[in-house]
Design a protein. Structure first.
Ligand SMILES: [Zn+2]
Length: 408
């Protein structure tokens, strides 16, 4: 995995804790159109093995990224602006480095715990700025298995075991039972988590398992034959706990229950909400029923017909349609309804035997509102959708009523 011939001496292999160092610039180059430097020695970890690169500074210039150049395995320090100095002083961002050390070490421990407590072998690992995930070769784990995995992993943390990373010679390497075999030929670096897990890895790790702080699986999802689990260690786990605690405390105070009763409270509110919705629907219907009777009592009588002309302000079109249906269920009724607002609506209906085409009458009302959006059948028509005041809607209904009267 590690070549003997390396342009840059990788100091982080033997020491993950030194964050300030001096180096000589060997080459000024570019990486994807950004200035980049090759140094003779560096503590910067270049992206690789599922671990993102360190960030930091060289002589005060920001190092945005570090990458390995394939051709000679030189470490490219990618900068946000050019730097021409021959000697540089490097500083690595301590927060990001510590976070990576905790999570990379935590991943080794968790992968071994998954193997021992759930016979789930790690198939891939992804480490991002916010989330760290492990994919295992099992389709789901039982709640008991999750508990056992987490308990075992955290026992290794609490035992504060020493962590050792070294380059064994081929004879020694042959005797080591590695969890994960190296994926690249060459010199192999081995990481030993205090006798619990032995694996090939080139990343930065803590010196003792206690520094991982805590290992918490926060989420898992089945993905076909594998399961992806997201976990958090140390500082990130504390931050996650703080965030979730704040949300839970807010909710519990809002609902005036203990946090363990939150789920029950939410279920109760959901079912109350459902019951209220159907009660509201029934109450609305009763209201429309009595409104129908009042409107019918005040309807204009024209021979066998009764004309109801009524404009409203900001009324729900669905409720207006219901009102039109109820009205026109009575023989001889013509309902000319409308509602004003940003999207005014005109709703016309008539009882079965009335020989008036409501779609034609609608056109008159829509023309008055200066739109032609709408249509329907001889017994029911609807249109509008443009802004109109109550006066404008009333005027449109009056014109429609006049058209109806002419057909009597
Ligand atoms: Zn590692």
């Amino acid at each position: 995995m590690i070549d003997d011939l390396m342009t840059t001496e990788r100091l982080y292999y033997d020491d993950s804790y030194t964050l300030d160092f001096n180096a000589t610039v060997l080459e000024q180059t570019t990486y994807k159109d950004r200035p980049a430097l090759v140094l003779d020695r560096s503590y910067f970890y270049p992206e690789g093995g599922g671990q993102p690169a360190d960030s930091g500074q060289l002589n005060g210039v920001n190092v945005l990224d570090a990458q390995t150049r394939e051709a000679d395995r030189a470490v490219l320090h990618i900068l946000d602006k050019p730097l021409t100095d021959k000697q540089v002083e490097g500083q690595i961002d301590p927060v990001r480095r510590t976070d990576h050390m905790q999570h990379h070490s935590g991943q080794h421990v968790l992968s071994q715990a998954l193997s021992q407590a759930a016979q789930a072998e790690t198939v891939s690992v992804h480490m991002g700025a916010d989330t760290m995930t492990i994919d295992v070769n099992r389709n789901g784990l039982s709640p008991d298995e999750w508990l056992a995995v987490e308990a075992l992993a955290n026992r290794i943390v609490l035992e504060d075991r020493p962590v050792r990373a070294w380059f064994p010679d081929p004879a020694e390497l042959a005797t080591l039972a590695l969890r994960k075999l190296p994926d690249v030929a060459g010199k192999v670096r081995v990481v030993d988590m205090g006798g619990f897990d032995l694996t090939a890895c080139g990343g930065t790790h803590v010196a003792r398992t206690g520094e991982i702080g805590v290992i918490k699986v926060v989420r898992f999802e089945r993905r076909g034959e594998t399961t992806r689990l997201e976990f958090k260690c140390g500082g990130r786990a504390l931050e996650d706990y703080r965030d979730k605690n704040q949300v839970i405390n807010l909710l519990a105070a809002e609902m005036t229950v203990g946090y363990r009763d939150l789920h029950e409270s939410v279920k109760r509110i959901q079912s109350e909400n459902k019951a209220l919705k159907s009660e509201l629907k029934a109450a609305r219907e009763r209201l429309v029923d009595s409104e129908t009777l009042v409107l019918l009592a005040n309807a204009e009588i024209l021979g066998d017909w009764r004309i109801v002309t009524q404009a409203f302000d900001g009324r729900d079109p669905g409720e207006l349609r219901l009102l039109a249906q109820k009205l026109t269920a009575h023989p001889g009724v013509i309902a000319l309804l409308g509602t004003a607002g940003d999207t005014a609506q005109i709703i016309f209906g008539r009882a079965e035997a009335v020989p008036v085409d409501m779609a034609q009458v609608l056109k008159v009302a829509l023309a008055s509102l200066k739109t032609d959006r709408g249509g329907g059948r001889p017994n029911f028509a609807q249109g509008g959708g443009v802004p109109a005041t109550l006066d404008e809607v009333t005027a449109a209904l009056r014109l429609a009523e006049q058209t109806v009267r002419e057909q009597a």
